[in-house]
Design a binder for this molecule. Structure first.
Ligand code: SAM
Ligand code: DTB
Ligand code: SF4
Length: 337
């Protein structure tokens, strides 16, 4: 393993077959496992070194999320409160209209966000649904924000239509290692995710792709997730690392009995491994932040996280409010960028 980011495969977004793992893997699972196993101080030191070589040391990018279509999803993701088949108390809502979404985007911008991310509880959009999202993207873009969507699997032509409307990022997570995926989702396979990522890349949209930890996976499976992400060619521009938010009624809440499956320091290690293996990516400290102390969040920033979800809601669950984050930034000397 070569930890020198300058020696790694270039992240120039030029290859035709981009979302498939590179022929020569930049990192093996053993490589990432070895990182995750380093003494904590050594791991954080290396993560800081890589972070400072590529990013402003104290800058954090702010993205605000909005659920544009909530609940009733036909998929069976074991972590998700929006799957129709689980009884989680999430009320189904139809696709929001342009006026409501544009107003939320304006408010997010006024609060300091630079990107507005729209999430929909779909397996994937139908053509007529996609056409309505295209209008939302245009509206948000015209408010002067970066745009991001997460709509599930895309079909032929969808990514191009989104790009044409001004979509900057598409979020589509690999969620976990391929070996663990079958225990989390049965209504699609890993390759479906890779196929959509390839469509997004080919349309020239930046890729936002990460995963969830704390689902009962092993450290080696966390290494497997990070290796998968880092071996995408090129690796994603944006890498959200979510800590599972356990919602009553989801299978994972039942399986884990509402107890966290992960020591927070293991979450910090995962952030550090993502930073080291994907030096130029924005690594987002994503869901689960409300359950973390300021001290754990500070360690995540030290480990190389430089983006957060900003605003008091994620999609259906809570996030720290704007005042709490502004106080945290002041305490840590962080600046929004
Ligand atoms: N339906 C689309 C899809 O699954 O691609 C887009 C929306 S889905 C809610 C977006 C992402 O949210 C999922 O890929 C997953 O990584 C994350 N997510 C969902 N429920 C979560 C939870 N309880 N805790 C942490 N992350 C979660
Ligand atoms: C991502 O990686 N995390 C966000 C966003 N992409 C869409 C979603 C987190 C969802 C947490 C559970 C909820 O609020 O429903
Ligand atoms: Fe549906 Fe996405 Fe939730 Fe899976 S994660 S159930 S695809 S909304």
């Amino acid at each position: 393993m070569n930890l020198d980011p300058h020696a790694a495969t270039s992240n120039a977004h030029a290859s035709a077959d981009r979302a498939k793992p590179a022929t020569k893997q930049r990192f093996t699972i053993d490589d990432v496992d070895a990182l995750l196993t380093l003494p904590f101080g050594d791991l954080l030191y290396e993560a800081q070194r890589v972070h400072r070589a590529h990013h402003a040391p104290n800058g954090v990018q702010l993205s605000t999320l909005m659920s544009i279509k909530t609940g009733g999803c036909p998929e069976d993701c074991a972590y998700c409160p929006q799957a129709a088949r689980y009884h989680t108390g999430v009320a189904n809502e139809t696709l929001k209209g342009v006026a409501e979404v544009a107003a939320a985007a304006r408010a997010a911008k006024a609060a300091g966000a630079t990107r507005f991310c729209m999430g929909a509880a779909w397996r994937g959009p139908r053509d007529r649904e996609l056409a309505r999202v295209v209008d939302l993207v245009r509206a948000v873009k015209s408010e002067g924000l970066e745009t991001c969507c997460t709509l599930g699997m895309l079909k032929e032509g969808h990514a191009e239509a989104l790009k044409e409307a001004g979509l900057d990022y598409y979020n589509h997570n690999l969620d976990t290692a391929p070996e663990f995926y079958g225990e989390i989702v049965s209504t699609r396979v890993y390759q479906d995710r890779l196929d959509t990522l390839a469509r997004v890349r080919d349309a020239g949209i930046a890729v936002c792709c990460g995963g969830i930890v704390g689902m009962g996976e092993s450290r080696r499976q966390r290494a497997g997730l990070v290796a998968q992400l880092a071996n995408l060619d090129p690796y994603p521009e944006s890498v959200p690392i979510n800590h599972l938010v356990q919602v009553e009624g989801t299978p994972l809440h039942d399986r884990l009995h509402g107890q966290s499956a992960l020591d927070p320091l293991e979450f910090v290690r995962t952030i550090a491994a993502a930073r080291i293996t994907m030096p130029k990516a924005m690594v987002r400290l994503s869901a689960g932040r409300r359950e973390f102390s300021d001290a754990v969040q500070a360690l995540c920033f030290l480990a190389g996280a430089n983006s957060i979800f900003y605003g008091d809601r994620l999609l259906t669950t809570g996030n720290p409010d704007v005042e709490a984050d502004q106080a945290l930034f002041a305490k840590l000397g962080l600046a929004a960028m």
